[in-house]
Write a protein that binds this ligand. Structure first.
Ligand code: IDP
Ligand code: MG
Length: 152
């Protein structure tokens, strides 16, 4: 069964600094997902801590906060059927050394600490992360001409 979902995707500072914004967005667009919100922004220490709260206390936590606040990110919301799981598949495994070729991390990254993108891992985290980064008025709804034959 298909379920129309929204997911949060963020290009991390390394993806922005390496000029991979277009590459990453292009993969999402050509797959057939719909961009419904996007902004470039600096992540504050407070926002970083809230976003990565589940990792507090882990050995990489401080470095992760340092990194995510070190340069701008691109925060996005993408919509589509099974968008949350589908986006995780396109992103690839957390460790780019183990991500399959063809995935964003498999094709574009080397280190776990610099793995270019973040994507929500469940409907609960998608809702939480979208609300954390976007006001409701910042997300859009619109039709795509090909939507019906893409998803039916
Ligand atoms: P995910 O991004 O694939 O969901 P998580 O386990 O949620 O992976 O970890 C969040 C982020 O923390 C990772 O994307 C990565 O940047 C960083 N991270 C996770 N584990 C490690 C590690 O062992 N060393 C360094 N950074 C890590
Ligand atoms: Mg995660």
């Amino acid at each position: 069964m298909q379920t129309r979902e929204r997911t949060f995707l963020m290009i991390k500072p390394d993806g922005v600094q390496r000029g991979l914004i277009g590459n990453i967005i292009s993969r999402m667009e050509t797959k057939g997902l719909k961009l419904v919100a996007m902004k470039m922004m600096a992540v504050s220490k407070d926002l970083a801590a809230r976003h990565y709260a589940e990792h507090e206390g882990k050995k990489f936590y401080n470095g992760l906060l340092e990194f995510i606040t070190s340069a701008p990110v691109i925060a996005m919301v993408w919509e589509g059927d099974n968008a949350i799981e589908l986006t995780r598949t396109l992103v690839g495994a957390t460790d780019p050394g183990k991500s399959a070729p063809g995935t964003m991390r498999g094709d574009l990254a080397v280190f776990t600490g610099k793995n270019i993108v973040h994507a929500s891992d469940s409907p609960e985290s998608a809702r939480r992360e979208i609300d954390l980064f976007f006001d409701q008025a910042e997300t859009c709804s619109y039709e795509q001409p090909h939507e019906e034959w893409l998803y039916d």
